[in-house]
Ligand binder design. Sequence first.
Ligand SMILES: Nc1ncnc2c1ncn2[C@@H]1O[C@H](COP(=O)(O)OP(=O)(O)OP(=O)(O)O)[C@@H](O)[C@H]1O
Length: 318
Amino acid sequence: MIEVEHLHKSFQTRSGGLLRGQRRTVEAVRDVSFRIEAGEVVGYLGPNGAGKSTTIKMLTGLLVPTSGRVEVGGLVPWRDRRRHVSRLGAVFGQRTTLWWDLPVRDSLDLLRDVYRVPPARFRENLKAFTELLDLGPFLGTPARSLSLGQRMRADLAAALLHDPELLFLDEPTVGLDVVAKERIRAFVAHVNRERGVTVLLTTHDLTDVERLARRVMIIDHGALLYDGNLPELQARFGSARELVVDFEAPPADPRVPGLVLLSADGPRVTYAFTGAAARPITLVTARAPVRDVTVREPDIEATIRRIYEGNLLGTALS
Ligand SMILES: Nc1ncnc2c1ncn2[C@@H]1O[C@H](COP(=O)(O)OP(=O)(O)OP(=O)(O)O)[C@@H](O)[C@H]1O
């Protein structure tokens, strides 16, 4: 579906401040290559300024690469813009594609005309999306009066009315409460599953990724650092699992041979371990009477932070 080979994009900028006017080259994307198959949901992650938007803009045809190859469904995005755009949908969390002063329903009608959606198909899609996203209560409301969550739902419907094969989502849940976030995620999972829509998702909310994407690509300073699934990411870069043990009484010596002691606070002692939890639990319970044990998984957020920090320190990770 998407093929990217040795993609580069540089921008010429002029510096401000003391060096005002001096030309500078920013390499926003450096030698990025990947393939995305039809029907995949891929999380595209990276800290601010990493090169995510620049990549997406090249994939949508808004920007022409400095060098390298991009093909989406057999088309070169910036050369075949019109045909390309008819096959993709995009939702940008920070701005809307809806007409600000028009009722949502009128915006959707206009998009139907822009994309020449057959009337029967339009009716089917509008009905399905109205149900799935509960658009009914605000179809008559102008975009400017919608809450952020309502606006996102309307934007998602707008992006999918013309049955695109590919959906770009840029921060689709930013600023939403947990319930609204979950509703958006459920909808995206639905269109992927039921309609086979391929999704490329940029987000700073890792719950979006855990919920939706089996695969993640991590970019920093324009270069791809990781491309793979989440469990492998955890296995390769995650910190150890933690075993939190509540002993019946504070142990005189909390150390257990074979386990790394992280902290001891009265009867509660925390150890680090890797692999399965059975052996550490056996070791601990053999040591002293235990009231309770909990296994704490390393969180994906911490893992990704370590990858970003590793890159800042210049560590080769991939
Ligand atoms: N039109 C432009 N002119 C000059 N520099 C640019 C331009 N667009 C992007 N850049 C620079 O390219 C780099 C990558 O920016 P990009 O917007 O792709 O990052 P991002 O990963 O999308 O970040 P964010 O998460 O903050 O949106 C940054 O250093 C940015 O300042």
